[in-house]
Design a protein around this ligand. Structure first.
Ligand SMILES: Nc1ncnc2c1ncn2[C@@H]1O[C@H](COP(=O)(O)OP(=O)(O)OP(=O)(O)O)[C@@H](O)[C@H]1O
Length: 569
C-alpha cells in the first residue's frame, strides 16, 4: 500500500497548488482503498477534499468514480458533515442506510449514535435524510488538520457497499490506513497555495463578472462548481462588494439560467410581512390583503430566488423558511388546499457574521446549518487591489456608453490614485466615484476627442465624498448647506454674475439623492419607487426626471468649479 503513499508524497513535493496536491491525496486514498478491497462488492463512489474556514469554503477538490456520477462537490451537499466534523474533531463513519454514526476510534459494542430520535444529539432533518438517500451506503469523514492540530477542512469518502449494510465499513484496519495517509500528507498539502490564475483576468464578455482578481479567482472556481447544484448557496461579504451581482452570475451559470432571477431584499420588507412576501397571499388572508399576490418563491419558479440580508429575517419567518428549505413546499397565506412545491434554487446573501448572530440567539442554529451548505465569503475591495484599475475602467466604459459619450479612459496616474484608496464602501463606492469623475470630466472644457480623466478629476470626485455612510443625515446636510453658502459668498466677493450658484441650484441636492439611489439600487424604477415617486415610474416619466437630475448635478459641479477657479479680486 505504501507505493500509493510514496507516489503521492512525490507528487505533493512537485505540486504548485493545493488543488494539485489534493488530487494526489485523493489518488492515494483511492489506490489504497482499491488495493484493500479488490472485489466488486464495494466501491469508492466519490471522494472530496474540502478546505474550509469555519464559515466558508476556500477550495474544494472532488473525484467521482464514474463519469455518470453527478460531477463536483457531491460530498459538499451537507453542511451537517462539517458541523459534525467540528463537533467531534475526529473521524467518523455514517451508515447511511441505518441512519447512524460512529466515531472511528470507538470500538465499544454500542458505539453507534442514532441520527434523529428523541435522545439523539444529531437531528435527522429532511436535508440529512435527502443526503443519506444518495447512492452511497457508507460515508467516512476524516478531519484535515494542520501540524498544530487546527481543523482546516475535511476529507469525505462515499462508499457504495450494500453487502456491508449494518457493518462497520471500511473495516477498522482499512480506516486506520486511510487516516494515516491523510495525517502523513496533510502537512505538505496545507502548505500549498490555493490555485489562482496569474494576473488579473478580465472577462470582458460577462458584465455580471467582468473582473476576477487573485483573491476572487479561487472563490469564482468554487462558485462555478456550486452554481450547478440545487443546494442553498450562501454568499457572505461586506456591503457593496458585489454579492447580488455574483448571485445573478451564479444563476446565469446554473441549469436554471433561462428561468427567472428573483430578489427578495429583506431590508425593504417590514418584519411582519416577511413571510407574506416570501410565500404570497390570497385576498382576505389578513387585513389589507385586497387581492391575490404571488410571493417571491412563486415568482422565482423554475429559476433562482436570491434572499438578500438574510440576517434581517425575524425569528418567526426563520422557522417558516427552515420548513420551506427542508420540505421544499410552502403554503400561500389564506389559501385552502394543499401546499405548493417550491421549484426554486435558493441563494442567500448577508454582510453579517451569521455565526455571531447564532451565538447571540438572533439567528436559528438549525437554519444557519441549512443555508450554510455551500458558503462562500467575498473579500472586501481592500483585499482585491489588483482589481481596482480593471473595475474602474469597466465602470467608466459603462458610464460613457450609457451617456452615448464615446470611449473614455483614466490616465495611468488617475488609476494609481484610485488604487491607493481604501474603499470601505467597496465596489459600490468605487462605482459612485467613477460616475462622479465622469460627470466632472465631461463638464470641463477639453481638447476635442481627449476623453481621458486625469488624477486631479479623480481627487475632486473623491473629495466630493462618494463614501456611502448609513448614519445620520442632519450633520452632513448642515455641512453641505454651509459649503453652499460659503461658495455663494465667495462668488459674490469675486463679483461673479448671479446665476452661477443660486438657490435654484440647491435643487441639485434632490438630484444627488436620485443619482445616488439609482447607483445604489442599480435600477432606475426601483430607485424612484424607493424615494416615493412610484407615480413617475407608472407614467414612465422617471427616465426624464433622472436625466434632469444628472444635468442638475453636472450644473452644480460646473458652477462650483467656475467659482473655485476664479481668482480673488
Ligand atoms: N458586475 C458589476 N458591474 C457593474 N457594477 C457592479 C458590478 N458588481 C458590483 N457593482 C457595483 O457595486 C454595487 C454593489 O453591488 P452589489 O449590490 O452586488 O453588492 P452587495 O454586496 O450585494 O451590496 P449590499 O451588501 O449592500 O447588498 C453595484 O450597485 C454597482 O455599483
Amino acid at each position: 500500500m505504501y507505493i500509493y503513499l510514496r507516489s503521492a508524497l512525490a507528487r505533493l513535493n512537485q505540486a504548485q497548488s493545493f488543488e494539485a496536491g489534493a488530487d494526489a491525496l485523493l489518488d492515494a486514498l483511492q489506490g489504497g482503498f482499491e488495493r484493500a478491497h479488490p472485489g466488486r462488492d464495494a466501491a469508492l463512489h466519490q471522494s472530496a477534499v474540502h478546505l474550509r474556514t469555519d464559515q466558508s469554503y476556500v477550495s474544494l477538490v472532488t473525484r467521482n468514480a464514474s463519469p455518470s456520477t453527478t460531477p463536483t462537490c457531491e460530498g459538499a451537499r451537507s453542511a451537517e458533515l462539517w458541523n459534525w466534523t467540528r463537533r467531534f474533531g475526529r473521524s467518523f463513519i455514517v451508515d447511511t442506510r441505518l441512519h447512524r454514526l460512529r466515531l472511528t476510534d470507538d470500538t465499544t459494542e454500542g458505539g453507534w449514535l442514532d441520527l434523529g430520535g428523541e435522545s439523539s444529539p444529531l437531528p435527522l432533518t429532511a436535508s440529512v435524510v435527502r443526503f443519506l438517500e444518495q447512492e452511497a451506503t457508507h460515508l467516512l469523514v476524516i478531519p484535515l488538520c494542520t501540524s498544530q492540530s487546527a481543523l482546516a477542512g475535511m476529507i469525505t469518502l462515499e462508499f457504495c457497499a450494500p453487502t456491508y449494510t449494518g457493518e462497520f465499513f471500511p473495516p477498522q484496519a482499512g480506516i486506520e490506513a486511510l487516516e494515516s495517509y491523510v495525517e502523513l500528507l496533510a502537512h505538505a498539502l496545507l502548505h500549498l497555495p490555493v490555485k489562482v490564475p496569474g494576473p488579473t483576468e478580465t472577462l470582458r464578455d460577462d458584465p455580471l463578472l467582468p473582473v476576477v482578481g487573485r483573491a476572487m479567482a479561487p472563490r469564482v472556481n468554487l462558485l462555478k462548481a456550486f452554481a450547478h447544484h440545487d443546494e442553498c448557496l450562501l454568499i457572505a461579504g461586506p456591503t457593496g462588494c458585489g454579492k447580488s451581482r455574483i448571485a445573478r452570475w451564479c444563476h446565469s451559470q446554473s441549469r436554471h439560467g433561462d428561468g427567472p432571477f428573483e430578489v427578495l431584499d429583506l431590508l425593504t420588507v417590514p418584519e411582519a410581512m416577511q413571510m407574506a412576501h416570501l410565500v404570497g397571499w390570497r385576498r382576505g388572508a389578513f387585513s389589507g390583503a385586497t387581492s391575490h399576490v404571488d410571493g417571491a418563491v412563486t415568482r422565482a419558479r423554475g429559476g433562482t430566488l436570491f434572499i438578500d440580508e438574510i440576517d434581517k429575517l425575524s425569528l418567526e419567518t426563520q422557522a417558516g423558511l427552515l420548513h420551506l428549505l427542508e420540505e421544499r413546499s410552502f403554503q400561500v397565506l389564506g389559501e385552502s388546499g394543499g401546499r405548493r412545491q417550491a421549484e426554486v434554487r435558493f441563494i442567500v446573501g448577508t454582510n453579517a457574521d451569521l455565526q455571531h448572530e447564532v451565538s447571540e440567539g438572533r439567528f436559528r442554529e438549525d437554519l444557519y446549518y441549512r443555508i450554510n451548505v455551500l458558503p462562500v465569503e467575498l473579500p472586501p475591495l481592500a483585499e482585491r487591489s489588483d482589481e481596482i484599475a480593471a473595475w474602474a475602467a469597466f465602470m467608466l466604459r459603462r458610464c460613457a456608453n450609457d451617456a452615448g459619450a464615446g470611449a473614455w479612459s483614466f490616465t495611468p496616474e488617475a488609476l494609481r490614485t484610485l488604487e491607493a484608496q481604501r474603499w470601505p464602501g467597496n465596489l459600490r463606492e468605487l462605482d459612485n466615484v467613477v460616475r462622479r469623475a465622469f460627470i466632472i470630466a465631461r463638464s470641463r472644457p477639453e481638447p476635442e476627442g481627449a476623453h481621458t480623466i486625469p488624477p486631479g478629476v479623480v481627487e475632486r470626485a473623491l473629495s466630493l465624498g462618494g463614501r456611502p455612510e448609513r448614519t445620520s443625515i442632519s450633520a452632513p446636510l448642515e455641512q453641505a448647506a454651509r459649503a453652499f453658502i460659503h461658495l455663494a459668498l465667495r462668488a459674490r466677493e469675486r463679483g461673479m454674475p448671479a446665476g452661477g450658484l443660486d438657490l435654484d441650484l440647491s435643487e441639485a441636492f434632490s438630484a444627488y439623492i436620485i443619482e445616488q439611489a439609482v447607483a445604489w439600487t442599480d435600477d432606475k424604477a426601483e430607485a424612484f419607487c424607493l424615494l416615493g415617486c412610484a407615480n413617475l415610474v407608472e407614467h414612465k416619466n422617471h427616465h426624464r426626471r433622472y436625466r434632469r437630475a444628472q444635468e442638475a448635478v453636472a450644473a452644480l459641479l460646473r458652477a462650483e468649479s467656475d467659482i473655485l477657479q476664479e481668482p480673488p479680486r
